[in-house]
Design a protein around this ligand. Structure first.
Ligand SMILES: Cc1cc2nc3c(=O)[nH]c(=O)nc-3n(C[C@H](O)[C@H](O)[C@H](O)COP(=O)(O)OP(=O)(O)OC[C@H]3O[C@@H](n4cnc5c(N)ncnc54)[C@H](O)[C@@H]3O)c2cc1C
Length: 285
């Protein structure tokens, strides 16, 4: 199937994007890498009358250190999460998550901003953003606001963004001394969407864990922070007893439902297995 007929405009500034959106009279949609929008159009799941291409707006491009944060602008491609020196150094969890997102051809075009705005609960970058305690910089006609990741993802494909707003960048607290990260997921085949995925970062000092954050994907309608498992790990050594306590605590973090293909009990079991794996990797070289 092919997309229904629509108008297309490419804009080169934020103000032109806002003008075009308003002219679209509620029936316009922004286009970034197009790897979610175009399939949705072709499958007739969406039918905007106007696509506004925001991929060439200079303010939406670049990666820089800014006021003690790493700022990753929305048009940064998924592939750059694997290659950009600032991301590798200061946002290692995003880098660890990137190989799990789709395939190289998609990673070369799709943007980190588009991925975050889409807010697919089975997506890797939203979970990484939550675990990194990142903030979204959102720009609209009325100005700029920053929303922490835990207040940005509101539900299934739902975020704190208002109609006509643009995600300008992702602000990430740079990795701390002694910080370790791990990301992994379980899927039926490599490259498939995950059955469950986990992103973790923690500081390891004197063999003790601190400053831990763990986020799961594909366990609900949004990425979920595992606060009880984090509490079970905090201050502990990375040994079998502590890991087992975190795995046990996970039941209090995840409110899993039965799916046609898998009961909730099996999903919880797999989440525990995965948590054990990512924790095991924190202790690695
Ligand atoms: C075959 C295939 C496999 C995939 N596998 C995975 C996977 O394993 N994991 C995964 O996470 N994703 C996967 N994806 C999705 C891919 O990562 C998406 O392209 C990405 O999530 C969206 O990025 P984009 O730049 O293509 O956005 P687009 O498709 O252009 O836009 C997505 C949505 O965000 C809006 N938007 C985009 N940028 C902005 C912005 N800056 N401000 C405001 N609104 C904006 C658009 O209006 C649209 O609603 C896959 C896609 C394909 C086609």
């Amino acid at each position: 199937m092919k997309s229904p007929a629509l108008d297309y405009v490419r804009v080169d500034s934020l103000s032109a994007a806002f003008d075009a959106f308003e002219a679209g009279d509620g029936d316009a949609q922004f286009l970034a890498g197009g790897h979610s929008v175009v399939p949705a159009l072709n499958l007739r799941l969406q039918a905007p009358s106007l696509l506004i291409d925001i991929s060439r707006i200079p303010e939406l491009s670049g990666v820089e250190l800014c006021d003690g944060w790493l700022r990753i602008c929305a048009m940064t491609r998924h592939a750059e999460a694997l290659t950009h020196p600032l991301i590798i150094h200061h946002a290692p969890l995003l880098c660890a998550a990137a190989p799990f997102v789709a395939h190289p051809a998609i990673r070369n075009r799709a943007t980190i901003g588009g991925n975050l705005v889409l807010a697919d609960p089975a997506s890797e970058f939203p979970a990484a953003a939550l675990a990194m305690r990142a903030e979204m910089e959102i720009v609209g006609r009325d100005g700029v606001r920053r929303v922490p990741a835990d207040a940005f993802f509101l539900g299934l494909y739902e975020t704190a963004m208002r109609p006509g707003e643009i995600l300008r960048s992702l602000f990430v607290p740079p990795a701390r001394e002694g910080q370790r990260v791990a990301f992994d997921e379980l899927s039926r085949r490599r490259g498939d969407y995950a059955i469950v995925g986990a992103a973790i970062q923690a500081v390891m000092a004197d063999q003790r864990l601190s400053d831990i954050s763990i986020a799961f994907l594909a366990v609900g309608d949004r990425p979920i922070r595992a606060a009880k498992a984090e509490a079970a790990l905090r201050g502990g050594a990375l040994d079998g007893a502590t890991i087992a306590a975190a795995q046990a605590a996970l039941e209090g973090d995840l409110d899993l439902e039965d799916l046609p293909q898998m009961p909730a009990s099996m999903r919880l079991h797999l989440a525990r297995v995965l948590l054990g794996r990512v924790l095991g990797r924190l202790g690695g070289p």
